[in-house]
Design a binder for this molecule. Structure first.
Ligand code: FAD
Length: 605
C-alpha cells in the first residue's frame, strides 16, 4: 500500500475531512480540489526534492567568508515550492492564499518532508514566520513582510536561541534599544537597534531569495536601564537582512546582521544552520552599528507571540519526524522483499539445498517492519488528528473550538515528541533490516536516522516537552485537558467493545488509561514539583503510548472492508501486544515518585 493510499484513507474515511466543506471558509473547496493539491505536492516532491536529497546531504552549505553556497537543486526545489502556492496555503484568498484547512495543508507538506526534509525546512520556517506576522503584526508589517514571504520573494527565520540560552529562553541576552528620538514614528513599527548573538538559526543565511526576514527575540531594558528578568522582558522584532521601505522595495542598505559561521550538523544538512551576530558593526547602517529591528506586538510580549505559532510548528516538527520514519519504512520494506538470506527452520532443521528466502519472511524482520508500520502510520494519524483539531479551533463552533483548544494544549507535547522518539526508532530499525548495507551511504536509511535525530532536540527538547506535559498541561484548569482526552478515549473504547474482535484491545486500553490517571494523581500527591517532575520523561513516554494505542483503536475500525484493513489490524495488534505493555514500566516510576534521579549526586555520575 502506498503512503498516498494511507493518507487518503486517514483524511477521508477516518477524519471525514469533507465535513469541513460545509464551513463558509472552505466552501470553495471540494474533494477534488483537496486531491489536486495533494497530487501537485506529491509530484513536485517526487521530481524536485527526492532526487536531490542525498546531494544536499553530501554537498553541505559552504561559507567562503562572504557568501553561502548551496547546490543549484535547492534553488530549483524552492522555486517549484513557491510556484505551488503552498507558502500561503492556509491564508485568505484575498491575499493570494488558498484557504486550505490545516489538515490538508499538513498532509500536502508531508510529501516534501518525506522527499527531502532538509530542503523543506526553508519553506516551513518561512510560512511559520509569515503566519506569526499575520497574527501579531501591524497591517503594514503584514503587507510588507508577511506578504512578500508568502509570495516567496523573501524567506524567514525564527531567532530564539543563543549560545548561552537554549531551553532557558528567559536568559536571552540580545538587547534592543530605541533607535533615535523618533523611533516610534517609523511606519514599519517602533524602530530599535539590536545587539547580540543568535545560535542555531536555521535558514539564517543563503541567497535563495533576495532578502531574509529574521524574527528575533530580544530584551528591551527596563526604566532603570537593566534588563527585565524572566520571560516577561522579552520582545519580538522583525530584523530584515536588507532594509526595505514601506512599499517593500529594497533600500540598498545592508542591515547589521552578520554570519559568524555555519554549524556542521549530523543531519538536516541541506538547511543552512547559522551563528548570527546582530549589531556588532560588521555592516554599519544609517550612521552606526546596531541591527535595525521593528517591534512586533507590544514590548514584553515576544514569547507569547512566538508561542502563538507553536501548536502548528510542533505539529509540523512531529509530521517531519513521521515522514522520515515513513521514508525508512518504505525503503526497508522494499529491501526486505528483494534480499534473500537464510532458510526456513523446519522440524528437520534447515535444508541447504533449498533456495534462500527473502528476509521479509523471517519473523524477526517482520517484527521490525511491523514495528515501523505501527510507529509511522500511527504517527501520521496523530499529526493529522491534531491538524484537524487546529481546524476545529479556527473554524468550529464555539463549543467545538473551546474543546479543541484544551485538547491541543495536552496533545501538542505528544505530537512533537512521540514521533521524534518512535519514528527515530523506526529509522534505527530500518537500518537494522538492511544489515551492513543499512550502515553505509549507499542506501538512504542512515541519512533518515541522522536527519530525524534533530527532532528530539529542537522546538523544545524531549525533556522540556515532558516537563511541559506533566508540569503544566495535565494540571492546568484542574486537569481539564486530561479529562477531555479521557472522555474521547472512553468513546473509542466503548465503540471498540461493540466491534467484532476488538473487545480485548478496548479493555487493555481502558486499563492503561486508568493507570495513567492514577499515576498523574500519584505524581502530584505530595504537591512537590521536584518529586512529581523527576520522572517527567517516562510519563511523557507512557502518555504518548496510551494516545497512540487509542488512535490505533480508533483508526482500525474505519478500515473495515477497505483494502488496507488487514495491514491496519496487524499494526493495531502489534501495538497492543508489544508496545502498550511498556506503559506499566514507565508509569511505575512515576506513580511511586521514584527518588533515584533526585537523590543521585553529581559526583556519582
Ligand atoms: C539543527 C538545529 C536547528 C535549530 N534551529 C533553530 C532555529 O531555527 N531557531 C532557534 O531559535 N533555535 C534553533 N535551534 C536551537 C534549538 O531549539 C536548541 O538547540 C534547543 O532549544 C536546546 O537548547 P540547547 O542546545 O542550548 O540545549 P540545552 O538547553 O543546554 O539543553 C541540553 C540538555 O539539557 C536538558 N535540559 C535543559 N534544561 C533543562 C531543565 N530545566 N530540566 C531538565 N532538562 C533540561 C535538555 O533537555 C537537553 O537534553 C536549532 C538547533 C539545532 C541543533
Amino acid at each position: 500500500m502506498t503512503m498516498r493510499q494511507t493518507l487518503d484513507f486517514l483524511l477521508h474515511d477516518w477524519l471525514r475531512v469533507e465535513d469541513l466543506l460545509a464551513r463558509p471558509r472552505f466552501a470553495e473547496h471540494s474533494r477534488e480540489t483537496f486531491a489536486s493539491v495533494l497530487d501537485t505536492c506529491e509530484r513536485i516532491a517526487r521530481e524536485k526534492f527526492a532526487p536531490f536529497a542525498r546531494l544536499v546531504d553530501t554537498e553541505e552549505p559552504r561559507f567562503d567568508g562572504e557568501r553561502v553556497h548551496l547546490p543549484r537543486a535547492t534553488h530549483e526545489a524552492m522555486a517549484a515550492y513557491v510556484e505551488s502556492g503552498m507558502l500561503s496555503a492556509a491564508q485568505d484568498e484575498s491575499i493570494g492564499g488558498m484557504q486550505l484547512p490545516c489538515v490538508i495543508e499538513m498532509a500536502a507538506n508531508a510529501f516534501f518532508s518525506k522527499a527531502s526534509v532538509a530542503m523543506g525546512g526553508y519553506a516551513m520556517l518561512t510560512s511559520g514566520n509569515a503566519n506569526l506576522l499575520m497574527a501579531h503584526g501591524t497591517p503594514l508589517q503584514r503587507e510588507v513582510f508577511a506578504q512578500n514571504e508568502f509570495a516567496g520573494r523573501w524567506f524567514g527565520t525564527m531567532c530564539l536561541s543563543e549560545p548561552q540560552a537554549g531551553s532557558s529562553l528567559s536568559d536571552v541576552a540580545t538587547r534592543a534599544l530605541p533607535d533615535g528620538a523618533d523611533f516610534e514614528a517609523d511606519p514599519l513599527g517602533p524602530r530599535y537597534r539590536l545587539r547580540g548573538n543568535k545560535m542555531w538559526i536555521s535558514g539564517g543565511e543563503h541567497e535563495i531569495t533576495e532578502n531574509i526576514v529574521h524574527l528575533v527575540l530580544a530584551k528591551i531594558p527596563g526604566p532603570d536601564g537593566a534588563p527585565i528578568p524572566g520571560t516577561k522582558g522579552i520582545s519580538l522584532f522583525i530584523v530584515p537582512k536588507k532594509l526595505v521601505d514601506e512599499r517593500g522595495a529594497l533600500t540598498g542598505e545592508r542591515n547589521d546582521v552578520a554570519l559568524a559561521g555555519l554549524n556542521h550538523k549530523l543531519g538536516y544538512r541541506g538547511t543552512t544552520n547559522t551563528l548570527l551576530n546582530f549589531g556588532e558593526g560588521k555592516f554599519p547602517v544609517r550612521g552606526g552599528p546596531g541591527a535595525i529591528g521593528y517591534l512586533v506586538g507590544r514590548p514584553g510580549e515576544g514569547l507569547r507571540c512566538m508561542f502563538h505559532m507553536m501548536n502548528e510548528a510542533r505539529i509540523g516538527v512531529g509530521l517531519g519526524a513521521v515522514m522520515l520514519g515513513y521514508a525508512g519504512y518504505e525503503a526497508s520494506l522494499e529491501y526486505a522483499k528483494q534480499r534473500t538470506q537464510g532458510r526456513p527452520i523446519t522440524g528437520a532443521g534447515k535444508d541447504a539445498t533449498q533456495p534462500q528466502r527473502p528476509i521479509v519472511e523471517h519473523a524477526d524482520v517482520k517484527r521490525m517492519l511491523l514495528a515501523q508500520k505501527s510507529y509511522v502510520e500511527g504517527g501520521l494519524a496523530l499529526e493529522l488528528f491534531c491538524a484537524r483539531l487546529v481546524d476545529e479551533l479556527h473554524t468550529g463552533d464555539e463549543a467545538a473550538a473551546a474543546e479543541a483548544r484544551v485538547l491541543l494544549e495536552v496533545l501538542t507535547p505528544i505530537a512533537k515528541s512521540w514521533p521524534s522518539e518512535w519514528c527515530l526508532e523506526a529509522n534505527s530499525l530500518a537500518i537494522q533490516v538492511l544489515g551492513g548495507y543499512g550502515y553505509t551511504r549507499d542506501f538512504p536509511v542512515e541519512m533518515y536516522w541522522r536527519d530525524n535525530r534533530l527532532n528530539m532536540i529542537h522546538e523544545g527538547t524531549h525533556g522540556i516537552q515532558a516537563l511541559d506535559l506533566l508540569g503544566r498541561k495535565v494540571v492546568m484548569d484542574g486537569g481539564r485537558g486530561l479529562e477531555l482526552l479521557a472522555a474521547r478515549i472512553g468513546g473509542t473504547i466503548e465503540r471498540a467493545r461493540r466491534a467484532e474482535g476488538l473487545a480485548g484491545h478496548a479493555d487493555a486500553l481502558a486499563a492503561a488509561l486508568q493507570r495513567l490517571a492514577t499515576a498523574t494523581r500519584s505524581a502530584w500527591a505530595t504537591g512537590v514539583p521536584e518529586e512529581a517532575l523527576a520522572n517527567a520523561t517516562p510519563y511523557l513516554q507512557a502518555f504518548g503510548h496510551v494516545v497512540l494505542a487509542w488512535l490505533w483503536l480508533d483508526v482500525a475500525p474505519a478500515a473495515r472492508g477497505h483494502a488496507l484493513e488487514p495491514g491496519k489490524l496487524a499494526a493495531l495488534r502489534y501495538f497492543f501486544a508489544y508496545e502498550l505493555p511498556k506503559v506499566d514500566a514507565w508509569l511505575g516510576v512515576v506513580a511511586r515518585r521514584e527518588p533515584l534521579l533526585r537523590e543521585v549526586k553529581t559526583e556519582w555520575l
